[in-house]
Design a protein around this ligand. Structure first.
Ligand SMILES: Nc1ncnc2c1ncn2[C@@H]1O[C@H](COP(=O)(O)OP(=O)(O)OP(=O)(O)O)[C@@H](O)[C@H]1O
Length: 449
C-alpha cells in the first residue's frame, strides 16, 4: 500500500472510528487526546500518529484497548490492531480534506474567534429557523441598530452557534475594522476568573467594553454564577449604551433559565428573541446535501433523503452520520447508494428501531413524567395522566408507521379520533407552551428520534 493510500484509508477509517469514540468518551477527553491524532492504515494495523509523546502514551495506556474493540466492530473479521507512534514531523493544524472538522469545514479561527466556515451561504434555511435567519441577517446589516440584543435559543446542535458566527462574519466582511468577539460562556467565565486572579479586572472590562459586537454562546452556563452575572450585567450595559451589538445564544427562553438573575433575563428580552426549532425532513435533507457539497461529494438525493429520514435529532448527528457514510464509501470503494448508507449506519439504525417501538415510547414517556406505565392504557383523565398519554400518542404517530386505529388500540382501546385529537392538541401546545415543546423534544432525544 502506498503511503498516500495508507493515509487516505487511515483517515477514512479514523473518521468512522472517531465518531464512535466521540460518543464513548467525554468531549474534553475526546478533544484533548483523540482529536489531535492522525491515522494510517497498514496491512494488519491502524497506526495512530500522535503530535507528541505525551499524547501517544496517554492514548496507548488509556484508550488503545477501547479503540481496538471499536475498530474491530467497524471492520469485523480483519482483526486489526491499533498501534501508536509519535508523528515524525510536527503535525500541522490543517487537517486532511478527508477528515472533516467537527465544527464546519473551512474552519479557521482568527482574533475574533470567528469560524470563517460558518457563513450565511453555508447555512440552510427552513421552516424551523426562518425567523432566526431573517433576524440574523437584519442584525448583520445594521449591527447595534435593529435588534439588540439578538437572543437565539433552541435545542442542542440546531445551528445557533453557526448562525451567530454568520452574523459576525458578515459584519466583518462589510467592515473589516469592526471589533468583534465570539466567546463561549465558559470562556467568559474563565477570562473573568483569570482577571480576578491577576488583578487585571480593569483590562478585562476594557477588552470587552470596546467591542462593536459581542457574540456570547450558551449563556445557560451563567446559571447560579453570581459573580459572573454581575460582571456580565455591567458589560452588557456598557455595550448596549454604547450602541454595540450583542448576540446571545442559549438552550432555552430567557425567563426559563433557572438561576439567572431577573435583571439579566429582562435585558435579554429587550431586543428580539428568536427560536430555532428541530428541523423538518426537508430541511434535514437540504443540510445533508449542503454538508456533502462542502466536503466535495456529489451525494445522490436518495442517499441524503435516507440519512435525513433516519437521523431525526440534530445537525451534529446528521453530520456524524454523513461522515460515517463517507468513510464507509472511501473504505469499501463502493459508490454512494442507499445500500452503502444503510450499511454504514446499521448500528445506529438498529438502536433506533429498538427505541422506537410503540411499547418503548409508552415506557419512556411514562418514566419521563413519573407515572405508571399502565396509565397509558387507563381511563383516567386527570391532566397529569392525560397529557403524557396524549404526548405518547403524538410521538407514536410521528415516529412509527402505526395507523391511528392501531395507536388507539395500544392506548387502552381508544377510538382513532381520540388519537387524532391528541396529535393536534400536542402540536398546538408545542407552539404555544414552551414547557410542552421542551418535554416533547427531550423525549424525542431520549428516543433518538
Ligand atoms: N441550518 C443549518 N445549515 C447548515 N449547517 C447547519 C445548520 N444548522 C446547524 N448546522 C451545522 O451543525 C453543526 C452544529 O451546529 P451549531 O454548533 O451551530 O449548533 P448549536 O445549536 O450551537 O449547538 P449547541 O447547543 O451544542 O451549542 C455545525 O457544524 C453547523 O454548521
Amino acid at each position: 500500500m502506498s503511503n498516500e493510500t495508507a493515509s487516505q484509508d487511515g483517515a477514512a477509517l479514523w473518521s468512522a472510528l472517531s465518531v464512535r469514540m466521540e460518543m464513548l468518551v467525554s468531549t474534553q477527553q475526546y478533544n484533548t487526546w483523540l482529536r489531535p491524532l492522525q491515522a494510517e492504515l497498514h496491512a494488519e494495523e491502524l497506526l495512530l500518529l500522535a503530535p507528541n509523546s505525551f499524547v501517544r502514551d496517554r492514548v496507548q495506556n488509556h484508550y488503545r484497548e477501547l479503540l481496538e474493540k471499536e475498530l474491530n466492530e467497524i471492520l469485523p473479521g480483519l482483526c486489526l490492531r491499533v498501534a501508536l507512534q509519535q508523528a515524525p514531523a510536527p503535525i500541522s493544524d490543517e487537517r486532511p480534506a478527508s477528515q472533516p472538522e467537527r465544527r464546519g469545514h473551512a474552519h479557521h479561527l482568527n482574533g475574533h474567534h470567528l469560524n470563517n466556515g460558518f457563513t450565511f451561504q453555508a447555512y440552510v434555511e427552513g421552516k424551523s429557523n426562518q425567523l432566526a435567519v431573517a433576524a440574523a441577517r437584519q442584525v448583520a446589516e445594521h449591527p447595534g441598530k435593529s435588534y439588540n440584543p439578538l437572543y437565539i435559543y433552541g435545542g442542542v446542535g440546531l445551528g445557533k452557534t453557526h448562525l451567530m458566527h454568520a452574523v459576525g462574519n458578515e459584519i466583518l466582511r462589510a467592515n473589516p475594522q469592526a471589533k468583534i468577539l465570539y466567546i463561549s460562556s465558559e470562556g467568559f467565565i474563565m477570562d473573568m476568573v483569570r482577571a480576578l486572579q491577576h488583578n487585571s479586572t480593569a483590562e478585562f472590562k476594557q477588552r470587552y467594553r470596546k467591542l462593536d459586537a459581542l457574540l456570547i454562546d450558551d449563556i445557560q452556563f451563567f446559571a447560579n454564577k453570581d459573580r459572573t452575572q454581575e460582571e456580565f450585567f455591567h458589560t452588557f450595559n456598557a455595550l448596549f449604551d454604547g450602541g454595540s451589538q450583542i448576540i446571545i445564544t442559549c438552550d432555552r427562553y430567557p425567563k426559563e433559565v433557572e438561576g439567572l438573575e431577573e435583571r439579566l433575563q429582562s435585558r435579554f428580552g429587550w431586543g428580539l428573541t428568536v427560536a430555532i426549532e428541530p428541523h423538518d425532513l426537508e430541511t434535514r435533507m437540504a443540510i445533508v446535501l449542503c454538508k456533502a457539497e462542502e466536503a466535495g461529494i456529489e451525494l445522490p438525493q436518495e442517499v441524503a433523503f435516507f440519512i435525513a429520514e433516519k437521523i431525526r435529532s440534530h445537525v451534529r448527528e446528521l453530520e456524524g452520520a454523513l461522515r460515517r457514510v463517507i468513510a464507509h464509501v472511501n473504505f469499501t470503494r463502493k459508490p454512494y447508494s442507499v445500500e452503502t448508507a444503510r450499511a454504514a449506519l446499521r448500528d445506529l439504525i438498529d438502536v433506533q428501531k429498538r427505541m422506537i417501538s410503540l411499547d418503548n415510547i409508552q415506557k419512556v414517556v411514562a418514566e419521563y413524567f413519573h407515572i405508571r406505565g399502565s396509565e397509558m392504557q387507563s381511563k383516567r383523565r386527570s391532566r397529569n395522566i392525560a397529557r403524557p398519554r396524549q404526548m405518547a400518542m403524538a410521538l407514536t404517530k410521528e415516529l412509527t408507521s402505526h395507523s391511528l386505529p392501531e395507536i388507539g388500540d395500544a392506548f387502552g382501546g381508544r377510538d382513532h379520533t381520540t388519537v387524532l385529537h391528541a396529535c393536534r392538541q400536542i402540536e398546538k401546545l408545542r407552539q404555544s407552551d414552551p414547557q410542552v415543546a421542551e418535554d416533547y423534544n427531550n423525549i424525542l432525544r431520549v428516543l433518538g428520534g
